[in-house]
Design a protein around this ligand. Structure first.
Ligand SMILES: Cc1cc2nc3c(=O)[nH]c(=O)nc-3n(C[C@H](O)[C@H](O)[C@H](O)COP(=O)(O)OP(=O)(O)OC[C@H]3O[C@@H](n4cnc5c(N)ncnc54)[C@H](O)[C@@H]3O)c2cc1C
Length: 302
C-alpha cells in the first residue's frame, strides 16, 4: 500500500501530502490519533484524481474541513484524509446578490465579505468556526437560522471523480443535517443573499455575538455542541439536571459554562471525551428517558 501511495503522490498529485499525521492537530477539540495520509488537493483536478485513486485502490477516504465538529478516536483514521482547507478558497460573484464560494473558505471570512457588500442572510454564522463546505454538510446554524436559508445548490465530486450539481431542494436540509450523498465532496456552494443596510447587518451581528458572549465562552478547545437538542428541550439543560456540569474524566470535562460542550483541558484523549458522552447519555436517559444523539461526528478507530 505504501508504494502505491508514494507513486501516486510523487507522480501525479500536486498538493501537499502528510503521512501519519496526528488528527489532534486538525480538530478544534484537539483529540484524535494519526491519519495514515492527509492530502491537501490544490485544485479540482487534484481532488478528482485523489477520489478516483482511492476508489480504484479501495482505500477509505474522509473529507475534512476545519475539523470543528469532529471527535476523532485515538486509533486515528485509516486511508486518506482529504483536507479541503488549502486549495479551495475562491469567492466568485455571479451578480450583486449571488455568489459561488469554494468549500475551503472560512465561514467567518465569508461573513465579513458579505458585511462589506451589504448582504444579509448569514449574520447568524458570525461566531461559527470552520469552513463553508463543513457548514453546508452539517447545515450549521444558530438562533433559529441555518445554512439552508442561503444555499441554492452545491457542486460536488463523487468517488468515481464524477462532477455533479445538487440543488438545495434535493439536499433535504433539516436540523444540523443534510442528505448529501456519503461519498460526495462539496467543491463549491452557490448562495443567494439579500441586500440590506450595512448598519443593520452590523447591529444584528453585534447582537448575536453579544448573546454568545453573555452565555459565556468555554475558554478551552472544544467541538461546539456535543449533542443535538432533543425536540422541545436543550441537551445542555438535561446534562446539567443530570448533575454532570463540570464533571471530568482525565483532561476532558463537561464545561461548567455550557453543559453541552466538552472541553479539552490539556491532554484529553478521545476515549475520555467518548466516556463523558456515554455517561451523559446514560444519566440523561436514566433520569428523563430521553436519548441524546451526538451533534459532533465521531470518526476513526479506537
Ligand atoms: C466554539 C465552537 C462553536 C460552534 N458553534 C456552532 C454553532 O453555533 N452552530 C453550529 O451549527 N455549529 C457550531 N459549531 C460546530 C462547527 O463549527 C460547525 O458544524 C461547522 O460548520 C463545521 O465545519 P468544519 O469545516 O469544521 O467541518 P468539519 O468538522 O471538518 O467536518 C464536519 C463534517 O462535514 C464533512 N465535510 C466537511 N467539509 C466537507 C466538504 N467540503 N464536502 C463534504 N463534506 C464535508 C466532514 O466529512 C464531516 O462529516 C461550533 C464549534 C465550535 C468549536
Amino acid at each position: 500500500m505504501g508504494e502505491q501511495y508514494q507513486l501516486f503522490f510523487v507522480q501525479r498529485f500536486k498538493g501537499k501530502v502528510l503521512f501519519n499525521v496526528p488528527m489532534s492537530r486538525y480538530t478544534s477539540i484537539r483529540v484524535g490519533g494519526p491519519a495514515d495520509v492527509m492530502a491537501f488537493p490544490r485544485d479540482e483536478a487534484d481532488l478528482r484524481d485523489i477520489m478516483v485513486f482511492a476508489t480504484t485502490k479501495n482505500f477509505p477516504l474522509f473529507v475534512l474541513g476545519g475539523g470543528t465538529n469532529l471527535v476523532v478516536r485515538d486509533g486515528g483514521i485509516r486511508g486518506i484524509v482529504v483536507n479541503m482547507t488549502e486549495g479551495f478558497e475562491d469567492i466568485t460573484w455571479s451578480d450583486e446578490t449571488t455568489v459561488v464560494v469554494e468549500s475551503g473558505v472560512g465561514l467567518a471570512a465569508l461573513v465579513n465579505r458579505l458585511k462589506e457588500r451589504s448582504l444579509g442572510g448569514l449574520e447568524f454564522a458570525a461566531g461559527i468556526p470552520g469552513t463553508v463546505g463543513g457548514a453546508v454538510a452539517m447545515n450549521a446554524g444558530a438562533y433559529g437560522r441555518d445554512m439552508s436559508g442561503v444555499v441554492e445548490g452545491v457542486e460536488v465530486i463523487d468517488r468515481k471523480g464524477k462532477k455533479g450539481f445538487i440543488p438545495a431542494a434535493e439536499l433535504s436540509f433539516s436540523y444540523r443535517k443534510t442528505s448529501l450523498p456519503k461519498d460526495s465532496v462539496i467543491v463549491r456552494v452557490h448562495m443567494r443573499f439579500e441586500k440590506k443596510e450595512r448598519s443593520e447587518i452590523e447591529e444584528e451581528m453585534d447582537r448575536l455575538r453579544k448573546r454568545r458572549e453573555d452565555t459565556g465562552s468555554v475558554g478551552y478547545p472544544s467541538a461546539g455542541s456535543i449533542f443535538r437538542n432533543p425536540e422541545g428541550g436543550y441537551a445542555g439543560r438535561l446534562i446539567e439536571e443530570a448533575g454532570l456540569k463540570g464533571y471530568r474524566i482525565g483532561d476532558a470535562q463537561i464545561s461548567d459554562v455550557h453543559a453541552n460542550y466538552i472541553i479539552n483541558r490539556g491532554e484529553a484523549k478521545a476515549r475520555d471525551v467518548l466516556a463523558l458522552m456515554a455517561l451523559a447519555r446514560d444519566r440523561v436517559f436514566g433520569l428523563k428517558g430521553i436519548v441524546l444523539e451526538p451533534e459532533v461526528r465521531v470518526v476513526g478507530e479506537d
